[in-house]
Design a protein. Structure first.
Length: 327
């Protein structure tokens, strides 16, 4: 889910009023299906007793097997090095890389299990009915009005989030398309199209993204791209209509690709950023089992949207500096 500065792929949110993205601890960070917790169109199906744990263990097994497969492939490449010293160094590096990869697999499994403990055993399969969605996104903490552009700046990058007039049909729902770009050193580094829709209750859903990272004109990474309803991917809620402290929910779900979760941690925070001072902010903590050690706090101001993202690992702040309204 993206309405955030991509400091990490997951992060907490905060919404505030004026005077709109990840990783908690493994135990509290992992996803809670808003749909499951609050009855927003979830089937809450229970397939085979404990599908949440079954899904977790399957992903962990795939991760472990992948790490060992990569290790064997690396050894094959090392064997093609004639210099014995260089070959040995290659083998040592391959073993170290496998060790790190296996540790990540273990941490991801722990994070997913922690999420299951909060979400319950049921599958995450929100029931998406097109007639339950409206055309405009007017949630006070996340208004996405076509023609609006939000500009953010941190010590290392700038982030431009433009709400376009384009729409995209996903899983039968007409979604608003948001163009999210990240610049580092004045050079485009990330380019993403995000798709959102609001249901009749006022919840804002995240239906997917098409994202890529760049090195000059070369695309280097497309991880995180998904569409709800395709290949097992599911949409999630990024902003509730009536948020309450303690709400814990999935913002997206595409196993081993997009697994952001969020928890509402405050409704009364005040914060000052380059664009002004905001009070009664909604704050979320956003995390992902894919990056178990990453954590972000997001602050949302009523009537504005996301005004600040704080990377809790590096303390870097991505601040809103301007909001412009165009045609």
């Amino acid at each position: 889910m993206k309405q955030h500065p991509q400091l990490v792929k997951t992060s907490p949110q905060i919404a505030c009023g004026r005077t709109s993205l990840r990783s908690l601890s493994a135990a509290s960070v992992l996803a809670t299906g808003i749909v499951l917790s609050f009855g927003i169109g979830s089937t809450a199906a229970t397939a085979g007793g404990d599908p949440c744990k079954t899904t977790t263990m399957a992903a962990g097994k795939a991760c472990t097997e992948g790490a060992r497969s990569d290790y064997n492939l690396a050894l094959g490449k090392c064997a093609n090095i004639a210099d014995p010293v260089a070959r040995k160094a290659c083998q040592v590096q391959a073993k170290s890389d496998m060790k790190d990869a296996l540790a990540t697999c273990k941490a991801q499994t722990a994070a997913r299990l922690a999420a299951c403990a909060r979400l319950g055993k049921a599958t995450f399969e929100p029931s998406i009915v097109a007639s339950n969605f409206v055309g405009a996104i007017t949630n006070s903490f996340m208004p996405l009005i076509p023609g609006t552009t939000f500009t953010y700046v941190s010590s290392s990058e700038s982030n431009v989030v433009a709400v376009t007039h384009n729409t995209k049909m996903i899983d039968g729902v007409t979604c608003v398309e948001v163009h999210d770009t990240v610049y580092r050193g004045g050079v485009l580094a990330e380019d993403t199209l995000d798709w959102f829709a609001q249901d009749r209750d006022g919840n804002v859903w995240y239906f997917g993204e098409n994202t890529h990272e760049l090195d000059g004109n070369e695309i280097t990474n497309i991880d995180g791209s998904f569409k709800g309803g395709t290949n097992g991917a599911q949409p999630g809620i990024v902003m509730k209509a009536n948020p309450t402290v303690g709400d814990f929910y999935r913002q997206e779900f595409d196993l081993d690709n997009a697994e952001d979760v969020a928890e509402v941690i405050s409704l009364t925070n005040s914060v000052t950023v380059a664009s002004g001072t905001f009070t009664n902010c909604l704050v979320t903590l956003e995390t992902s089992p894919l990056e178990p050690e990453a954590m972000e706090n997001k602050y949302y101001a009523s009537g504005v949207g996301n005004v600040l993202v704080i990377d809790l690992v590096t303390a870097e702040r991505l601040e809103l500096i301007s909001v412009t309204n165009g045609p």
